[in-house]
Design a binder for this molecule. Structure first.
Ligand SMILES: [Ca+2]
Ligand SMILES: [Ca+2]
Ligand SMILES: [Ca+2]
Ligand SMILES: [Ca+2]
Length: 376
């Protein structure tokens, strides 16, 4: 997430964000469009990234992104755990959304559970229209079906990001971030899934940082509501700073320096310790295996654990750190996707990180959805 190589040509703070929006301009088409009302909120445990099947485990999900604009994005999801019986694994592959290029804005990939059924929804945001296209994942053998199209954002400089559940109803909220072109201040536009209320929350500035990234919301306070999270970095000093803010008031909750931009792959925060509060993660790439530094945000203690083939050039060629809870124990796992062979590997947090597990899924050259530089 914050792949260093993606920032190479982005010295200007005001162009940083467009790069991360892998996108395209053509209409997505094919599915019937229906609009449904929000379901009655039910208390849910913490949502799991890329859990398309809704069993509390992150699935083995990849996406093929064409290098030219206007081509379909190919989503590939293998259910976790995959059946060990030959040819019996649960696999779905379908086209949804359109690719972009360095010069053509395309769809931003923002899968999350917007509907509230505990399953990750197949979702893209089309910048030319300012519309979130939310589709239900095809559990059955039918194709992917659009569930709702939600107008939100689309003004100049607007960015869609996988936001968070900022109101605590168990559903992801539609989130647009706008950067002030003069002073670098950020404004967050949040459409509540609970009430439909639209909030404008000023929070943070990227100032004179060399690069910045919006991370998905994460709950640092333990109240079931995600906080706003973004990070800035400076190349000369390597300083990486996380900014965490209240999603209602925009008040600062936490500022944290953690990791080194020139050495680390900075993953979006998640709860690795199981206390219901997000933790900070920096995966050092300067030696191999890579070293996972995880900082418990409550105790401010950092653990270090080697895992994965490092990628010191940040070219995405070796093991890409990814997010998710793959053994379904409620804790995020140390995990990577090896693009060259399309293999997922992770350490089971349920076994105190002593057992390596994994699954081959997708195709070589795909991106893991849980590891895309965009959004996750
Ligand atoms: Ca919500
Ligand atoms: Ca919170
Ligand atoms: Ca934690
Ligand atoms: Ca786990």
């Amino acid at each position: 997430m914050f792949l260093k190589n993606y920032t190479e040509n982005l010295r200007s703070r005001f162009t940083i964000f467009t790069l991360f929006a892998i996108a395209a301009m053509v209409f997505w088409c094919g599915a019937n469009i229906t609009t449904t009302n929000a379901q009655t909120p039910t208390p849910t445990p913490r949502r799991v990234p890329m859990d398309f099947t809704g069993d509390g485990r992150s699935d083995w999900a990849t996406i093929a992104i064409p290098s030219t604009a206007g081509l379909p994005l190919r989503w590939k999801v293998t259910g976790n755990p995959a059946s060990t019986v030959p040819n019996q694994a649960f696999i779905r592959a379908f086209d949804y959304g359109l690719s972009g290029s360095q010069t053509v804005a395309g769809d931003t990939i923002v899968p999350a559970d917007y509907i509230g059924d505990r399953k990750t929804d197949v979702t893209v945001w089309r910048p030319s229209q300012g519309i979130f296209y939310v589709a239900e994942f095809p559990i059955g053998t039918g194709g992917v079906t659009l569930n709702r199209a939600v107008q939100w954002g689309g003004g100049t400089g607007d960015l869609a990001r996988q936001g968070g559940d900022y109101d605590g109803d168990g559903k992801a909220d539609y989130t647009i971030i706008r950067i002030n072109q003069t002073n670098g201040n950020l404004t967050w536009f949040i459409k509540s899934s609970a009430t439909g209320a639209e909030r404008t929350v000023p929070f943070g500035t990227i100032g004179d940082a060399d690069t910045a990234q919006i991370f998905p919301g994460a709950d640092f306070t333990g109240d079931g509501r995600d906080e706003l999270v973004f990070v800035t970095a400076f190349e000369d000093t390597g300083i990486v700073t996380y900014f965490v803010g209240d999603a209602v008031t925009g008040a600062g909750v936490m500022v944290k320096r953690f990791g080194d931009f020139n050495l680390d792959f900075s993953l979006a925060p998640g709860d690795y310790t199981g206390d219901g509060r997000a933790d900070f993660v920096a995966v050092r790439q300067s030696t191999s295996p890579a070293t996972w530094f995880i900082n418990d945000s409550v105790t401010n203690t950092t653990t270090a654990r080697p895992f994965g083939i490092s990628d010191p050039g940040f070219q995405g060629g070796n093991d890409t750190p990814i997010r998710g809870d793959y053994d379904g124990d409620g804790k995020f796992d140390i995990a990577v996707f090896r693009r060259s062979s399309a293999n997922f590997f992770y350490l089971r947090s349920s076994s105190n990180n002593t057992i390596v597990d994994g699954q081959r899924a997708g195709d070589p050259g795909d991106f893991a959805l849980a590891g895309l530089a965009v959004n996750f």
